[in-house]
Design a protein around this ligand. Structure first.
Ligand SMILES: Nc1nc2c(c(=O)[nH]1)N[C@H]1C(S)=C(S)[C@@H](COP(=O)(O)OP(=O)(O)OC[C@H]3O[C@@H](n4cnc5c(=O)[nH]c(N)nc54)[C@H](O)[C@@H]3O)O[C@H]1N2
Ligand SMILES: Nc1nc2c(c(=O)[nH]1)N[C@H]1C(S)=C(S)[C@@H](COP(=O)(O)OP(=O)(O)OC[C@H]3O[C@@H](n4cnc5c(=O)[nH]c(N)nc54)[C@H](O)[C@@H]3O)O[C@H]1N2
Ligand code: SF4
Ligand SMILES: [Mo]
Length: 699
């Protein structure tokens, strides 16, 4: 190592990817970050990282990095200067009624950008139609927690407490691939003699480490939870965490869920139900963690509710080491769902429907409260409305931090809708599939090119620090949003002299909200991270969030009776479920280009099912659903249920050509990403293997 390297400066920041938000030291050489070192004092990872984080710098100066605005001229995206790009925005959006313009945000954005995006939509565009990709992610868990205890902070306790659990139920969470540093806690639980169950239709890397695996049919997790509640009632194990509304109804409803019925609906044996029930009844600190497996269904909210009810009624919710919590996914999935990019939300997890909340934020933003729009379309409805007068008709959409052409349900239909828009403006740093459809692409900033804060899966706020400036004519995202407001002739409220001014306004805006960050500042966060709420500059943070009294008008929780149906399949149909691979991230914009992160798309099928369909390993199979079709090579997967197939959604034209853009959870507006009836069709076997799966939407 050269002397220069040894003495090179380092900048401490957080990873661009998942909700663990590992802290890194970035080593700089000649002003550019060249190496990532995990830091031992990272509160969750404690110095471990995953491959994605270590390789994150490969995208920073990637040859495809966007360095200039691109405007569609004569059908082609053509480099232009910022003046021309902003003049386009002025002419394009300035002449549209506000309710014809939509904004689509992201749980990848820092808290400050999330806050600014919500303000931009309501104050500069004056549109009700802003929502974000967290609707596809945490919305069902968040909705269930909010309606039960009045708020949602992901893990209600520090991650270090995970090892205090003596029974961990990982329900549809493949943490070995998706939140790898959490594996040290699984080891900790086992070292202390605890038991871990992975509940997943597939055997996964996680289930192997867990040691116990139950594979219910996709979409039946809530019924399994009802079966456990039924047993706990029979066995006299009901001792609620606190008095609550709705308990009698929830307990009466569980009477119908006897083990024989539950086993039948879930595709398990009665013995499975009893064994799990005994383990739960005997555990001192059972902890239920849900991932996207049980949540991303059209009955996702009620499914989570069933697990939450179980934890609450057996007295574990809110207790150290036990209870129920969802595992947050995106880097700022937690903060991203608190500060106003949600269609019905104002900063600090306030409600856009609440007159008092509207007045508080209107005063801060210096606008009349009546000028703030009411709630608009949710994410999928927003995309369904694009270019589509039959579904609420939007003419223009601004997308930042998401790639819905790959990640939205019914991506074939969504692609057609986006093409039908008059104006599609995408702020990204790489040419995502969505950016490639845009009429205007604005080159934004990557994680280590900006300051800000993110909130990790334990509700802990940490600083992101800028190590380098964006390349070429790329700009920091927050500046782009302010430039757009100015181009629209609405600069008032978007004239921050510097980033600190925006950040301080953001912290102030949360004062008095449920997600109160008002005691925080960049300086305080330099000294120590903090879990919200943090209500004053000198006051404490809140490591434990879910203790009564809850954030409800009377301080009590309200349990809801879950309405759950077991999915039915036509003859010959199978369940299609979707999810993630360890080496790829989300819609893949940031990881498919990264040579350090090799992965391939396959369709995982049980060997017996494959044989019945005349398929062998590596054969191309076409998956057909009511919404589209997709072709990819078969991977024989013995640990998978025979009635289920699995495909990842990291590649374009894959999983989401098969999912339904219209069926949504009535409470969370979540699409059914994880259960679609599918049929298998061997593709022409003499075809060469494609370098990436090829699919076409059903016309
Ligand atoms: N490598 C990697 N890590 C990531 C991400 C990524 O894209 N790549 N994304 C981040 C984000 S945003 C998120 S939300 C998290 C998600 O993290 P996870 O929730 O762990 O991810 P998934 O793979 O979507 O789903 C988890 C498991 O659910 C199972 N499953 C499918 N259907 C069902 C069902 O009906 N019931 C049950 N019980 N299980 C089911 C799948 O087989 C899968 O193993 O990961 C975060 N971390
Ligand atoms: N079938 C199926 N579909 C799914 C899921 C599933 O399990 N199955 N999971 C769902 C879930 S949980 C999620 S979270 C979504 C995620 O899917 P998306 O919402 O598409 O999220 P990403 O792929 O992370 O997209 C991020 C895009 O924004 C860019 N970007 C990232 N950070 C920033 C930033 O700070 N600024 C700017 N300007 N651009 C940025 C990236 O380059 C990329 O193009 O997918 C959902 N879709
Ligand atoms: S992707 Fe998640 S686990 Fe991996 S380094 Fe980044 S924050 Fe840590
Ligand atoms: Mo997510």
């Amino acid at each position: 190592m050269s002397q220069a390297t040894l003495h090179a400066p380092t900048v401490r920041t957080t990873c661009p990817y998942c909700a663990v938000q590992c802290t890194f030291d970035l080593h700089l050489e000649r002003g550019l970050p060249v190496k990532v070192t995990p830091t031992k004092d990272c509160p969750v990872a404690h110095g471990t990282v995953c491959k994605k984080g270590l390789a994150a710098l490969n995208d920073l100066r990637h040859p495809e990095r966007l360095t200039t605005p691109l405007l569609r001229k004569g059908g082609e995206l053509t480099p232009v200067g910022w003046d021309e790009a902003l003049a386009y925005v002025r002419d394009a959006l300035g002449n549209l009624p506000p309710e014809r313009i939509g904004v689509f945000g992201s749980g990848s954005l820092t808290n400050e950008k999330t806050y600014l995006l919500g303000k931009f939509a309501r104050v500069a565009l004056r549109t009700p139609h802003i929502d974000y990709n967290g609707r596809y992610c945490m919305a069902s868990a968040s909705t269930a927690l909010n309606r039960t205890v009045g708020y949602d902070r992901g893990l209600g306790f520090p991650a270090d407490d995970l090892i205090r659990s003596d029974l961990l139920l990982l329900v549809g969470a493949n943490v070995a691939e998706t939140l790898p540093p959490l594996m040290q806690y699984l080891k900790g639980i086992k070292d202390r003699g605890g038991t871990i169950y992975a509940i997943d239709p597939r055997a996964t890397t996680t289930s192997k480490v867990a040691g116990r695996h139950l594979a219910p049919r996709p979409g039946t997790d809530g019924i399994l939870a009802l079966g456990l509640l039924h047993l706990m009632k029979q066995w006299g194990r009901i001792r609620p965490t606190a008095p609550a509304h709705g308990m009698a109804q929830v307990l009466a409803h569980a009477d119908d869920y006897h083990p024989a019925r539950v086993a039948h609906d879930c595709g398990l044996t009665e013995e499975d139900i009893f064994t799990l029930g005994r383990a739960y009844a005997e555990a001192r600190t059972p902890l239920i963690l849900t991932g996207r497996g049980p949540e991303q269904h059209t009955q996702g909210t009620d499914t989570v509710q069933a697990w939450l009810n179980l934890a609450f009624l057996t007295g574990h919710f809110g207790k150290v080491g036990g209870g129920y919590a969802p595992l947050t996914g995106q880097g700022n999935g937690q903060g991203g769902r608190e500060h106003g990019q949600k269609n019905d939300q104002l900063p600090g997890a306030r409600s856009l429907r609440d007159p008092r909340h509207r007045a508080e934020i209107a005063a801060l933003w210096d606008v009349p409260a009546e000028a703030l729009p009411q709630p608009g379309h949710s994410a999928q409805e927003l995309l369904n409305a694009c270019g589509n007068p039959a579904e609420g008709g939007l003419d223009a959409l601004i997308v930042i931090g998401s790639n819905p052409v790959v990640s939205a349900a019914g991506a074939g239909q969504v692609t057609q809708n986006l093409k039908a828009l008059k104006h599609l403006i995408v702020i990204d740093f790489l040419p995502s599939e969505t950016a490639q459809l845009a009429t205007l692409v604005l080159p934004g900033s990557m994680w280590c090119e900006e300051d800000g804060t993110t909130t990790n899966l334990e509700g802990r706020v940490q600083r992101r620090r800028r190590a380098v400036t964006p390349p070429g004519a790329a700009r920091e995202d927050w500046r782009i949003l302010c430039d757009l407001a100015a181009a629209l002739g609405r600069p008032h409220g978007f004239e921050y002299p510097d980033f600190r001014a925006l950040q301080d306004e953001f912290f102030r805006a949360t004062r008095g909200g449920k997600a109160d960050y008002s005691g925080l500042s960049a300086d305080r966060l330099d000294r120590a991270t903090a879990q919200w709420p943090v209500k004053s500059a000198t006051g404490p943070d809140t490591p434990y969030a879910y203790a009564p009294p809850f954030f409800t008008p009377d301080g009590l929780a309200t349990l809801h009776v879950p309405q759950l149906r077991a999915p039915t399949l036509a003859p010959r149909a199978l369940h299609l479920t979707t999810g993630r691979l360890g080496n790829q991230y989300q819609s893949g914009t940031q990881t498919r280009r990264n040579p350090a992160l090799k992965a391939e798309q396959t369709v995982q099928i049980h060997p017996d099912t494959a044989r019945e369909h005349g398929l062998g390993a590596g054969d191309l199979v076409t998956l057909r659903t009511a919404h589209g079709q997709a072709t990819a090579p078969v991977a024989l997967t013995p640990g998978l249920r025979r009635d289920t197939v699995f495909i990842s959604f990291h590649w374009p034209e894959s999983a989401n050509l098969l999912t339904d853009p219209h069926a949504l959870d009535p409470h969370s507006r979540m699409p059914g990403f994880k259960a679609t009836p599918v049929t298998l069709h061997p593709a022409h076997l003499s075809l060469p293997l494609p370098t990436r799966p090829t699919l076409s939407p059903v016309s």
